[in-house]
Design a protein around this ligand. Sequence first.
Ligand code: ZN
Ligand code: ZN
Length: 732
Amino acid sequence: MVFSLPSLAISVPSSSSDPPYKSLKYHPSLSLLSKCKGIENLKQIHAQIIKTGLHTTQFALSKLIEFCSVSPSGDLSYALLIFASIEEPNQFIWNTLIRGYSRSPSPILALSFFTQMLLAGVEPNSYTFPFLLKSCSKLPAIHEGKQIHAHVLKLDLDSDAFVHTSLINMYARNGELTDAHRVFDQSSLRDAVSFTAIVTGYASWGYLDEARQLFDEMPVRDVVSWNAMISGYAQRGLFKESLDFFREMLRVKIEPNESTLVSVLSACAQSNSIELGNWVYSWIENHGLSSNLRLVNALIDMYSKCGELKTARSLFDGIPQRDQVSWNVMIGGYTHLGHYKETLTLFRKMLLSAEEPNAVTFLSVLPACAYLGALDLGKWIHTYIDKNISDSTNVSLYTSLIDMYAKCGSIESAQQVFNALKVKNVSSWNAMISGLAMHGHANEAIGLFSRMADEALEPDDITFVGILSACSHGGLVEAGYQYFNSMIQDYNISPKLQHYGCMIDLLGRAGLFDEAEALINKMEMKPDGAIWGSLLGACRVHGNVELAGFVANHLFELEPENPGVYALLSNIYAGAGRWEDVARIRTRLNDKRMKKEPGCSSIEVDSVVHEFLVGDRAHPQSSKIYKMLDEIDKLLELDGHVPDTSEVFYDIEEDWKEGALCYHSEKLAIAFGLISTSPGTTIRIVKNLRVCGNCHSATKLISKIFNREIIARDRSRFHHFKDGECSCMDYW
Ligand code: ZN
Ligand code: ZN
């Protein structure tokens, strides 16, 4: 801050020279001010005051300045114009301008007016300081706040109740709680207001024990002090305590206000307390508050976080005039529950509405783009952010962009955003490292990890998930062990399920089944389905039929309703020619009547995401797509491509009901990409399951025959197909 107050050595005149104009109070021209509706109206009144000669009195001008500075329809710059015309403004006028600026977006000007006031030899009083201290709280400006405190002591004003509370608030808001407490203790004025100030200070900085102790000592507890406790606990994630305070507040018959309800709804949202949330909703309705937008927005947030999207949406649809927050909470609700298509649909609606998206909106929309592979929309958002969101230090927003680009298959763009990011936090590094891992760029990921250490940034457990999965996708067994051990020994991070998962995946893919089993036996926790699942996948790749049965039994126990396990095991038996076992598994699967998650691939063309299921004929261009598929099949045959029939006939992983003649969803998406984009354009598809061996080898050939780069994201990684090869080197 380039601003300093004059030292206390400057003598402050001790007498104020406010002439007794009180008799003018009821002058007809001035009484018009109480009905003044805006600046035009005010100019007329000002003209009248000049006509009647009242403008020669400071009282009339001070009333005008007061209106301009304090009234919501006022105008501070007009106040300044009038101020400039006054030769020796009195104390009231100075105070009014300070008050006006303390409420403005530039509270620092209140401090600069105070300096001018002192230099002009006008003495501040007990009305000056609360607004100065409020400015210091808002800025925040602790250094200036302390200087102002010194002025207060010099003028012996610290026993004034209003000044006293303002001092506590100023220190508390600046996080100087020891000072705040000292001011609170020093005075005999331990009144309800100063109690509330110190309780709020402690609670808002998360010192809940201190807040609680003072709260209990309070002679009278008003709604503000209850709110401080409720939101203090909620902000620290102590939702139960927060809601207990709310119940207690109701029990002692303190009426909640808007702030109370907003905090309570947010605590309900985060603790999944739908019953209390419902109760608050009916309370709001019964108290005629259902049109209070802030409350309705909080309700939408609560309902969507608790999984009741329908109720949330009907509340959203019922709002006559939505604000930015309404859109953000609804869009965020869809993303929170993984309804990504709805996220994007609602976002497009928002763009057509009067409300502009902001960083909060994008933090919900970018993960949806990432999930659906909506690269065009993601790029559009990137441009929008660069142009319209001036806050280039918003690390989470740019980290979200890195993640979006990586997951949409554009690892180069992810790298560009990462490199251009001036301030990076651990999450930004993590996003880049796991992005590189997903794309199979194991060495780059490892390089980035060492750079992170060079820049003295401490990796966290997520960093290691990224680096271990890089090793796993790159088949780097040696390095994987190294990082796994270093994580435990050098960084004191105890391995979680995900870390074990990466290691077992790595060992399984490399065919090191004994080592994988040894690691499983060493785990402090029980391996989950994902770990056994990756081992079963490895058994299929390496044809390890014996281990497969053992692993599958674990999976049947953990996930009895997961048909994918049956499918995978059946494929392993088929690969070994054990048809009796295949038939046995199929019967079990049929008996269980389990519905498997259907294979689904999506592709974005001209900013629209098209989705395909296996054997799908629902697309409007279906006949053209199937014609293209015929052509692809012919060309593949000419090129010598022979589908692996064992997999085609017995691959029930994708959809065992549809039979072998159906096209897998990724093939449909690729065919649609070929007919709807111009030659040479990169085709990007996203698949929800693992890509099968047949589609993988077919796609390699398609990339060569049609001279297209095809970037496919499956459940676990990216495949960059180019000139008949895939970046995964057939290791996935
Ligand atoms: Zn396939
Ligand atoms: Zn591949």
